[in-house]
Ligand binder design. Structure first.
Ligand SMILES: NC(=O)c1ccc[n+]([C@@H]2O[C@H](COP(=O)([O-])OP(=O)(O)OC[C@H]3O[C@@H](n4cnc5c(N)ncnc54)[C@H](OP(=O)(O)O)[C@@H]3O)[C@@H](O)[C@H]2O)c1
Length: 314
């Protein structure tokens, strides 16, 4: 009985792998637009696709980032400055892309630009939540809506970068909220666009060492400084130190191999049969994703017992 079950699962996995290995044709004629290419996953993906011969249209937040990227890549790769929180910047970038792709349309749109703050909700103001939602969620939505006619023309791909924190929330602040939103937006988009032959993939990385993660401790201290004296008294200095230590040690355990993420993005853009979701990194696959399926009382108990308690809770 067990032997049949193992054989069926093995055969299914093998067939799936063979099916997923089939690559779309004429990659060298296909344009891919990527947001947030100054650093991290976006920067690496731009270089990776450029090496593969694709026509990369890389959007950077700063001219310095754009120049550094151009210096490392072929003449095929072109850059544009884009701030995803500004409508006029998105309109200008869309026009720029339109001029380059012509009648072929845009094969790939990678919504990668992002920003992160992990903190205690009570330390934050409404503007702190708004700032992150503006970049990670509303920015992604506006860029997608603007580029969609071009992607539809090519019957192409939309690749949205979410996170394991879009499946399970373990820190306060707007980051997880924005990534839960990315999951919902991508799910509805995938269903709507399937009628037009457009495929939507969601990338859910675990923890990786990028600029985004390097900034946490300084941002947390800045947010603590802005908290009211009552909140500071409730939590206490010891809590802050322990919270920063926890985040710092989490960042230290993050993977340095960013290709685990960019290979998933590349597969979503180049495979004839891309996946709907990609879990990138062993922590995502073996810890966070399984944990997200646990009953809530168990995951709550895990966080309760493993975290530092505020001063007034002791
Ligand atoms: N690293 C991780 O552990 C991890 C895990 C899960 C998901 N992610 C997601 O992966 C994506 C890429 O992050 P990363 O880790 O590669 O970090 P990163 O190196 O900081 O890359 C994020 C990029 O987005 C850019 N950006 C920030 N605000 C922007 C705006 N308003 N408009 C346009 N671009 C903007 C940044 O530019 P500047 O550098 O100039 O600020 C940077 O180039 C993000 O969506 C992030 O949420 C990361």
């Amino acid at each position: 009985m067990w032997i049949y079950l193992v054989a069926i699962v093995g055969l299914w996995t093998l067939l799936r792998l063979i099916r997923e290995r089939k690559v779309v044709s004429h990659l060298q004629d296909k344009h891919v637009f990527i947001t947030g290419c100054d650093s991290g996953f976006g920067n690496l993906l731009a270089r990776q696709l450029d090496r593969r011969g694709m026509r990369v249209l890389a959007a950077c937040l700063t001219e310095k980032g754009a120049e550094e990227l151009r210096n490392k890549t072929s003449d095929r790769l072109e850059t544009v400055i884009l701030d995803v929180t500004k409508t006029e910047s998105i309109v200008a970038a869309t026009q720029w892309v339109k001029e380059r792709v012509g009648n072929r349309g845009l094969w790939g749109l990678v919504n990668n630009a992002g920003y992160a703050v992990f903190a205690i909700n009570e330390w934050l103001k409404k503007e702190d939540f708004a700032k992150i939602l503006d970049v990670n969620l509303l920015g992604m939505i506006e860029v997608t809506l603007s580029m969609l006619p071009l992607v539809r023309k090519a019957r192409g791909r939309v690749v949205n970068v979410s996170s394991v924190m879009g499946r399970m929330c373990f820190f306060g602040g707007g980051y997880s909220i924005s990534k839960y939103g990315v999951e919902a937006f991508s799910d509805s988009l995938r269903r709507e666009l399937s009628y037009f032959g457009v495929k939507v993939a969601i990338i859910e990385p675990g923890g990786f060492k990028t600029a985004l993660n390097d900034r946490h401790s300084s941002i947390i201290k800045m947010l603590w400084d802005q908290a009211s004296s009552e909140v500071k008294e409730v939590y206490g200095d010891k809590f802050l130190q322990s919270y920063v230590r926890t985040i710092t040690s989490l960042v230290e355990t993050c993977s340095e191999d960013l290709t685990l993420v960019t290979d998933c993005m590349e597969h979503a853009l180049t495979s004839c049969h891309p996946r709907t979701r990609y879990s990138a990194g062993w922590d995502a696959k073996l810890l966070y994703l399984p944990m997200s399926y646990l009953p809530t009382f168990l995951s709550d108990a895990f966080f309760y017992w493993s975290s530092t308690k505020p001063a007034q809770a002791l």
